[in-house]
Design a protein around this ligand. Structure first.
Ligand SMILES: Cc1cc2nc3c(=O)[nH]c(=O)nc-3n(C[C@H](O)[C@H](O)[C@H](O)COP(=O)(O)O)c2cc1C
Length: 360
């Protein structure tokens, strides 16, 4: 039997994904009142025709207060559903790629400037900072405001917000959703002992810190159609002494599998701006492998994967089932076209571009 590689299709639930490449979710900070702007149409259009198996849309806030910046995509009203459905219509006109949405809440990382205005800084009062919330009243780092801890009744509402966001994403027509539990955002703020110092049932032991994210996962699972794809983005390591570890991540992945999640994407870092993380090509692959080996869940890796050969090797070696590529897909939207040629596949080119991309 031919060894599986980057170009091998994979079936997740009822859906056959054409190959193992996923366009990683990438915030564009270009929305107005949470609604996609013309930027999203252009940016996502070129990624939709990339020939990847899945296109993940950026982190999209489940409430307006859950945004990272004033310019995040949001899915908190029917108006957002209509606008996202229109965006999807556009993407479906140009491609049959599987399209997913990442749903998120920024917690203490919210009320920030877009990175090109002031990188890694929270809004000032003058620029209409809003009150942020987290698991515990601990600032992200120096110069950031102290968030308010969510009360038990607010957490109940928040879990409901995630599940309503899932049903809205279904109505908008997405094929997949991914709950963002990584990169230092709210659900990660519950998971990590660095940010969660609660003394109620949502803090303390590993299983207590996992409780709220798992309640969210459970509610989302109940809202999201069984035949569509449901995943989560997790942290495999905080890269800090006394932080979240890969064993913790395996525990969480196993619980998500039991709830009925179809895949996990194992990322890392982000709970604090400064960690011991060293960025090297494929620096997170071993984390995905550890989760895949322990749980047999469909596992996605990401992080400095930039060549077809590297991506192909990851799948061939069985380290992960899916490979998310972010920056390289923007630098080179025809990455998969090159990959198909290099790896002996058949490039999938929009007919309008056939004479352009098939000729030398
Ligand atoms: C501009 C930008 C925006 C990003 N936004 C998100 C996001 O919305 N959600 C997420 O989970 N990761 C986000 N990431 C992380 C990427 O999904 C990816 O994991 C990271 O860029 C590493 O992969 P790469 O080396 O292939 O770019 C973002 C990264 C970049 C560069």
């Amino acid at each position: 039997m031919k060894k599986q590689g980057l170009l091998t299709p994979i079936k997740i639930n009822d859906r056959v994904i054409a190959n193992r490449a996923v366009v990683a979710p990438m915030c564009q900070y270009s929305a107005n009142e949470g609604l996609p702007s013309p930027w999203h149409f252009g940016h996502l259009h070129q990624l939709a025709i990339s020939g990847a198996g899945i296109l993940m849309l950026e982190s999209t806030a489940v409430t307006m207060a859950g945004r990272i910046t004033y310019h995040d995509l949001t899915i908190s009203s029917d108006e957002h559903v209509v606008a996202l459905a229109k965006l999807l219509d556009h993407l479906r006109y140009v491609s049959d790629i599987t399209v997913g949405l990442q749903i998120s809440h920024a917690g203490r990382k919210g009320s920030a400037y877009p990175p090109w205005i002031k990188s890694g800084q929270s809004l000032t009062e003058e620029d209409k900072a809003w009150q942020t919330y987290s698991s515990s009243p601990i600032a992200r780092t120096e110069g950031w405001p102290i968030p308010q801890a969510f009360s038990l009744s607010e957490l109940k509402q928040l879990a409901a917000d995630f599940s309503v966001a899932a049903s809205r994403a279904n109505r908008a027509g997405f094929d997949a959703i991914e709950v963002h539990m990584a990169h230092g955002y709210l659900l990660h703020q519950f998971l990590s002992p660095i940010s969660n110092h609660r003394s109620d049932r949502y803090g303390g032991t590993l299983s207590s810190r996992c409780l709220f994210p798992l309640e969210v996962a459970d509610k989302v699972r109940k809202q999201w159609p069984k035949e569509k794809i449901l995943g989560a983005r997790l942290t495999g390591n905080d890269w800090l002494d006394n932080g979240w570890t890969i064993d913790d991540c395996i525990f969480l992945s196993q619980r998500l599998k039991e709830i009925g999640f179809d895949y996990v994407c194992i990322s890392s870092g982000g709970i604090l701006p400064k960690t011991n993380l060293k960025f090297t090509p494929g620096y997170q692959i071993h984390l995905a492998k550890a989760v895949k080996d322990a749980t047999s869940l469909v596992t996605r890796t990401a992080g400095m994967i930039t060549t077809p050969k590297q991506a192909d090797e990851i799948i061939k070696s069985g380290d992960a089932d899916l490979v998310a590529i972010g920056r390289e897909f923007v630098r080179n939207p025809y990455f998969m076209n090159h990959a198909e040629r290099e790896l002996g596949g058949t490039p999938k080119v929009p007919p309008q571009y056939e004479r352009i991309l098939s000729s030398s």
